[in-house]
Design a protein around this ligand. Sequence first.
Ligand code: NAD
Length: 311
Amino acid sequence: MKIAIIGVGTVGSAVATAVKNTGFVHEIVLFDKDGIRAQAAAEDLGHAASFGFDVKINAVSNYRGIRGSDIVIISAGANQKPGETRTDLLQKNVAVIRDIVPRVMANVDSKRVKIIVVTNPLDVLVMLTYEISRLPAGRVIGTGTMLDSARLRTILSRQLSVSTQSICANVIGEHGDSSVIDWSSVVVGGMSLDDFCRQTKISLPGTTRKTISHRVHNAAYEIIQGRGATWDGIGAAVADLLRCIINDEKRVLTVSCIAGTGNKAVAMSLPRIVGRDGVICTLNPRLSAEAAIDLRKSARIIRKNYDSIGK
Ligand code: NAD
């Protein structure tokens, strides 16, 4: 399995580290418009690889080097500075995707390649990548709210004193400020959140849920304030998504993928079954009336941003 990572800054390097550590990939190629940076990352990662799985890691100086890649991960582009929203990156990163995707498509096998989009604002860039690449929708996948869902599970785990592994909880919609917590589908140890709280005598009133929601929405801002960028969480999310695809695991992940047609088409995160062919099936959870309104609002925001980028 050969993986190409386009954009080897903070996130691309973390992605490469996490992917290398899965042991499921035999070759990783790194491309960055800053060739010296890509070369240095390949050296450093190569040294790290010598302590673990035998993975070939090379920097490539042009797109011909990505030939033969099964999966291409796009993590190039501007990141958020403290106080900036993901949407603030829109125009800069639209130009980055318009630069990268045609070159990628000229050098991969369009019959089998899958593209994973990481760059923000994620959902709009999934739509743009889909439009430029002309790949089937299920093979242009954004990490979406996988990270937001992980943040929710982590906060709930601390609140409920139970392992994250026993919690199924989804954040859906935009990977951004309008993301929506689907409280009605939270399951802990196979039971509903309310049942779990009743039996463990833990109180999770509306005010606490609001605080949790606020913390999920603000997690990236707080991390960026504290360490300049976020990278470990997204690195692990990409590796998890990759593992699911490579092993054809058919797990349900909250990834972003385009759905709908014409001017109603939008990419956003919903629980989706992911396997060897990418997104295989999209699930529509039964939402509370409030969450359904918020999700529609989130979709409108993404679509409006996409329409604003022009041709
Ligand atoms: P960074 O500035 O550290 O690295 C970006 C890299 O992209 C640089 O090395 C730059 O040279 C390269 N680059 C820029 N334009 C390019 C082009 N046209 N071709 C090839 N390479 C190009 O930024 P970062 O912190 O690594 O963040 C990268 C992106 O990932 C940002 O958009 C950020 O918002 C996003 N991100 C997404 C998530 C998520 O959950 N999806 C999480 C964290 C960060």
